[in-house]
Ligand binder design. Structure first.
Ligand SMILES: Nc1ncnc2c1ncn2[C@@H]1O[C@H](COP(=O)(O)OP(=O)(O)OP(=O)(O)O)[C@@H](O)[C@H]1O
Length: 858
């Protein structure tokens, strides 16, 4: 095929309009790709690349396309599906072709390409004056949200939103891209589409939304005419309409939200607390969701993620959830039945989207039917609990769901085909026409026999026969001797030597019916099916509403079940800021330790005067675990979950949670680790309030000791004096213990020393730690004995000099120190020789003695 063939010209003109997509060009039973698409796709999918007339090409069989599309989507590609719309008239010329659908990572709705427990979001970003407009949609569920943030604070807040939303695809207004935004976007896993400024216009966005929602104004949704939130939402609707090219009736609502509607968890906090993904491999293992997710439906699993990433800050709403969790927790038998029933509910949210987009097949409707039945049973079960609020369906809703169920039950076959080209869709007894046709198809011989018998009786021709041949079809054959008995309406078809062949109108119509019944059945069944699907589609409102209720009840039962399995208790919420956690545990660390091995620790923030806990203690003693456990317990409580703590623990509702870890490696971001640490710290100092909870783990360690210590000191003072947020600050700078600020209290991780061995008790005690045992841990980690000894002697010197207030002079390293034969005692002897005993206080001498004992390991 050369560039000049009509087919290639057609290809090029379609490709021209779909330049950013891989064009799947349908040719017979194959999708073909040409030129640069072919080169790229053959590489990505490992296909054979061929050339015809110098044009690179590769192809895939159309019936196997799903698998290839899935792999291309994973690779971040968009795929334009170009079908043959009509075949050439009279067999001449080429088929008419057009793009019927563009599948992109953010707009795909096919369950094969989606992760059940996660939303698949497409986001759009645009600038409207002093605001950044952010909207996102999950086309597979119909969820559509929008928000705006101040332009000046866009970097931090955008990072936070994108981290939480985790979109698969982002449309971004070109002119708002700068180095910062570029970097933020490149850190997401999303496919980025840059859109020119002219496609971002508030008026046309509003009009598109009004047209889509069929409303005269967006005010009914709570937006003013020039609301920045509409800007990106309009761009999304246009993009989705262009790509999916199908109905979007399941997108029924655009909801706006504000940062202050929920507990704010910025990007670093979401990461450091390992809520949805861990920091090691970005997977969900060893995360909070991994431990808490006992949901039984995909809808519930998705909602639970939302709940954990958007904890509530309103006591009434939190108590509402906790009340329900308590109810279910107390009714264990019912909880178990509820879990069984929920397990039989399929992803009705995504099924509804497929119905709305006219993509649902008959098995999908069977899944809907099954789910409706279970939903009704869930409702019946919940009715047994004496609480009106724990219901998923109103009486009216129940009626609608039940009639929908009945419709599907009587109309759709139990194990139907997923295709529309082979019948097997409609249940026997639902439609007379289908039944008759099936009858005809199945009983063609007996129908003919019955007719033959009738004719024998009416004509009196005893040996009348119906025969068949390919040329004339069915016919009566009558021997010459009986021709006088042939009725007038018999039509002569053929004469033989001894007989004549006839047909009748009835026989002709029977024959056509028999021949056409298969095709007709397929056609009629398809038509009836589409009608039923449409009827279901008309009930989307109630379906989507009940989906949301099911998702909620699933999250609540998941909390109740998790509490049962893991021994969590109900927190007592308050609005006065008191936090008192007794016997708290880290939910994730605990879950991965043998039962009973986790050492419980609490925190007491019940006095306004004491808002700052400074935590010291050796490495490996459990500081990080302790800090995060406090944040996670508060987050769980405000999400409506029971908590891993003794009963009666109090949680004062917080507005923001911050969790910072000092100088973790951020090379991938191309920023200095220390710079990142300071940026993040600055963000806390700017945005935290006295109602916030701040966790700082070794902040300041990314620079030299003196700089780090000074920064940590300054930051701590600012947190105590200017912000007053409840803070847990873990540090290796023991000097901070001497800050002596009235709001501060010291905690440390308890350690037991026994014959030179150190036992980490993982228990938090009051007061500062007196040693950091870093060198000991280094020894545990396998550093050579020579290095450990040398480090000990340096440490001893440093400590003695610091105590003296004198200049620090590291003792010279001896050659032998490199060898494993080096003896610690030599260092000590050396030291003793150089000491000026007359100028030492008794305490200094005692400290020296202590440090030598440690060097000697006893
Ligand atoms: N309360 C606890 N009960 C039982 N095991 C714990 C507890 N806290 C922590 N651990 C375990 O101890 C190990 C060290 O904990 P963690 O990382 O919190 O120590 P750390 O003091 O922060 O150390 P570093 O300063 O080196 O970061 C972890 O493997 C953790 O699983």
């Amino acid at each position: 095929m050369s560039e000049n063939t009509p087919m290639m010209k057609q290809y090029l003109s379609i490709k021209e309009k779909n330049r950013d997509s891989v064009l799947f060009f349908r040719m017979g039973d194959f999708y073909e790709m040409f030129k640069s698409d072919a080169v790229e796709v053959s590489r990505l999918l490992n296909l054979t690349l061929t050339k015809r007339h110098g044009i690179p090409m590769c192809g895939i069989p159309y019936h196997a396309s799903q698998n290839y599309i899935g792999r291309l989507l994973k690779a971040g590609k968009k795929i334009a599906i170009c079908e043959q719309i009509s075949l050439p008239k009279g067999g001449k010329g080429i088929a008419e072709r057009d793009v019927v659908e563009i599948i992109t990572p953010g707009t795909v709705i096919d369950e094969d390409f989606l992760d059940k427990g996660s939303n698949n979001y497409l986001a759009a970003l645009g600038r409207s004056g002093k605001e950044l407009s952010i909207a996102y949609i999950d086309l597979s569920t119909g969820e559509f949200l929008t928000t705006k943030i101040g332009w000046t604070e866009k970097n931090e807040k955008l990072k936070k939103e994108l981290m939480r939303i985790s979109p698969r695809e982002i449309i971004v207004q070109e002119s708002m891209l700068d180095d910062q935004i570029d970097r933020i976007l490149s850190q997401t896993q999303a496919v980025i589409n840059r859109y020119p400024d002219w496609s971002y216009d508030i008026d046309s966005s509003r009009l598109k939304l009004e047209r889509h929602f069929k409303v005269a104004s967006m005010k009914g949704f709570g937006f003013s005419d020039n609301d920045a939130e509409l800007l990106s939402a309009g761009v999304i609707i246009e993009y989705v309409e262009d790509t999916s090219k199908s109905l979007l009736s399941h997108i029924r609502h655009l909801a706006s939200y504000r940062e202050q509607d929920f507990v704010s968890l910025d990007e670093a906090t979401q990461k450091n607390l390992e809520i949805i993904r861990n920091m090691q491999d970005n997977s969900s293992s060893f995360t909070l969701i991994d431990v808490l997710d006992y949901t039984r439906t995909a809808m519930g699993a998705r909602k639970l993620k939302h709940w954990l990433l958007k904890p509530l800050n309103n006591k009434i709403e939190i108590d509402y959830r906790l009340d329900k969790v308590s109810l279910l927790y107390k009714e264990q038998a019912l909880l178990s039945d509820l879990r069984d029933l929920l397990g039989g509910i399929l992803d009705l949210e995504r099924l509804s989207a497929r119905i709305a987009m006219e993509k649902a097949h008959a098995k999908d409707l069977i899944a809907v039917k099954q789910s409706l039945l279970n939903m009704m049973e869930v409702e019946a079960l919940l009715q047994q609990i004496p609480d009106d609020d724990i219901s998923i369906l109103s009486a009216e809703g129940m009626k609608e769901i039940s009639s929908l169920y009945e419709l599907l039950d009587v109309s759709i076959m139990e194990d139907p085909s997923i295709l529309f080209t082979e019948g097997r869709l409609i249940r026997q007894g639902y439609d007379e026409k289908v039944d008759n046709l099936r009858n005809i198809k199945k009983n063609s011989r007996s129908i003919l026999d019955e007719y033959l018998q009738n004719e024998k009786d009416s004509t009196g021709i005893g040996n009348l026969k119906i025969k068949y041949n390919k040329i004339i079809g069915y016919f009566f054959e009558i021997s010459k001797g009986q021709l006088s008995q042939v009725p007038e309406h018999y039509i002569r078809r053929q004469s033989l030597v001894n007989a004549e062949r006839f047909t009748t109108d009835k026989l002709i119509s029977l024959e056509t019916e028999i021949n056409n019944s298969s095709e007709k059945i397929i056609e009629i069944e398809k038509e009836i099916f589409f009608g039923i699907r449409k009827q279901v589609g008309e009930k989307l409102d109630i379906l989507l509403e009940v989906c949301s209720e099911i998702a909620e009840i699933d999250c609540l039962q998941s909390f109740a079940y998790g509490a049962t399995i893991r021994g969590y208790t109900r927190p007592v919420l308050n609005e006065s800021g008191r936090i008192y956690i007794s016997e708290g545990r880290h939910p994730v660390v605990e879950a991965h330790l043998p039962a009973g091995e986790f050492v419980a620790n609490g925190i007491d923030f019940t006095s306004d005067d004491k808002s700052f806990a400074l935590i010291t203690g050796p490495n490996m003693a459990g500081k990080s675990t302790y800090l995060r456990q406090i944040a996670l317990i508060v987050l769980m409580a405000q999400s409506g979950s029971f908590i891993p703590a003794a009963s009666g623990s109090e949680i004062g509702i917080v507005d923001k949670i911050f969790c910072r870890v000092g100088a973790s490696d951020n090379l991938a971001r191309g920023e200095s680790t220390f710079l990142v640490e300071m940026n993040e710290t600055a963000n806390i100092l700017r945005t935290a309030t006295k109602d916030s909870l701040i966790i700082m783990d070794e902040v300041g360690r990314g620079t030299s000791t003196n700089d780090g210590l000074s920064i940590a000191w300054g930051v701590s003072e600012f947190l105590m004096e200017d912000i007053g947020a409840k803070t847990l600050f873990a540090t290796h700078y023991h000097e901070l213990c001497h800050m002596n600020h009235k709001k501060m209290f010291n905690l440390s991780m308890d350690v037991r020393e026994n014959k030179g061995e150190i036992l980490f008790l993982k228990r938090v005690k009051e007061g500062p730690s007196n040693n950091s045992y870093g060198i000991h841990v280094a020894g545990l980690a396998g550093l050579p004995h020579s290095i450990i000894s040398r480090s000990r002697s340096i440490l001893a010197y440093l400590e003695s000099r610091l105590n003296d207030g004198g200049e620090i002079q590291i003792p010279e390293k001896k050659q032998e120190q490199d060898s494993f034969l080096f003896d610690d005692s030599e260092v000590i002897v050396d030291e003793i020789r150089g000491m000026d005993i007359n100028n030492m206080t008794p305490l200094e001498a005692l400290n020296k003695l202590d440090s030598w004992k440690k060097i000697l390991g006893n």
